[in-house]
Write a protein that binds this ligand. Structure first.
Ligand SMILES: [Zn+2]
Length: 341
């Protein structure tokens, strides 16, 4: 397994120190699977001031469509040929069609009746049950042999910084025959890797990262947690790979809670840096794609300038899909690892 990095150096003169020469390092890394590049640059301490959450969330429950007093009035039903009972529920969690669908079978699942859950109060049990509700939707559409029942995906935008338009925690749950960009690249590359090497890329990655230990964070059940080598997020990414599972439907109920546990550890670590928002995606193969492994990517989201509300995604990332991370993923691993022990 090759972890390629191109090291660079910028020299500038500092007017505050009599034009002393200053050298600033940076690095361009290649994702070992796809070759996608990620820049490690713009180094800064991974620490942000936290806002006043009470002020931020105040009044947002007044018209919240996901709060208990409104959810059964305002959220739509699936047609009977998809879900005969209209919606799916698990305890106080509700899954219903997305009013703004991005695919044919597009749902939203609330993570319960509570309007605002601080990141540190999200439990493994809550995540496990939320994923479990999503799984019951996926099994339904699989059993229907729906033509879009190929890739079973969950996205989670937690808090507005990550792209969420509501405070009330909820998952985007969808099933599609059209795999999203990065996932397609990964699937093609993982298939090629298997054909060329006769082994599974993800199992090899687990082995290699566990042996080197540089980015290894820990294990929960059969999920291995790593600080991603070429992250998307400015504060790194936490990658969880499930051994032996090729697709979402291979996950057992125990896997869902084990994934939940790992995620709460990542959340605790990033909370201590002042981060309170994240994106999370499922990456899966189709049911017969034995060349891949189910993995989950947790990417913390923050601001470049919290006072101005400057997001952490600019032209470089938005239009080139070139990512930047403000610390070495190995150093980030050093910060995260104690939380996983
Ligand atoms: Zn609400």
């Amino acid at each position: 397994m090759e972890f390629e990095a191109l090291k660079k150096e910028t020299v500038l003169l500092n007017p505050l120190k009599n034009m002393e020469r200053r050298s600033i390092p940076s690095e361009i890394r290649k994702d070992p699977l796809t070759g996608r590049t990620a820049r490690i640059c713009h180094f800064m301490k991974l620490s942000w001031p936290k806002p006043d959450f009470e002020k931020m969330t105040a009044g947002t429950e007044t018209n919240c469509p996901f709060c208990a007093e409104r959810i059964f009035e305002v959220t739509p039903h699936f047609p009977p040929e998809i879900i005969p009972e209209g919606r799916l529920t698990l305890d106080d969690m509700v899954l219903f069609p997305n009013l703004a669908p991005y695919d044919c079978l597009s749902a939203v699942a609330t993570l319960g009746a509570r309007h605002y859950i601080p990141m540190t109060e999200i439990t493994a049990d809550l995540i496990g049950r939320g994923f479990s509700l999503a799984m019951s939707f996926f099994r339904r559409v699989r059993d229907l042999k729906h033509h879009e029942a190929v890739y079973y995906l969950v996205n989670w935008n937690y808090m507005p910084v990550s792209g969420s338009s509501l405070i009330h925690p909820h998952l985007q749950v969808f099933s599609s025959a059209s795999a999203p960009n990065i996932m397609v690249e990964e699937l093609i590359a993982a298939k090629r890797y298997q054909d060329q090497n006769g082994s599974n890329y993800w199992e090899d990655l687990i082995q290699s990262e566990t042996n080197s230990g540089e980015r290894f964070l820990g294990k929960t059940g059969r999920t291995t947690w790593l600080s991603a080598y070429a992250p998307f997020g400015v504060a790194g990414d936490v990658l969880g790979v499930v051994e032996g599972a090729a697709s979402t439907l291979d996950l057992t109920n125990q896997d869902l809670f084990d994934i939940g546990l790992g995620l709460t550890r990542a959340m605790a670590a990033y909370d201590d840096m002042g981060i309170y928002s994240f994106n999370l995606n499922f990456f899966t193969g189709a049911e017969t794609d034995e060349f891949t492994r189910f993995h989950i990517l947790f990417s913390p989201r923050t601001f470049f300038n919290p006072a101005l509300g400057t997001p952490d995604i600019g032209a470089l990332r938005n239009l080139y899909n070139e990512t930047l991370c403000m610390a070495y993923p190995e150093d980030i691993a050093g910060v995260l690892k104690p939380y996983f022990e």
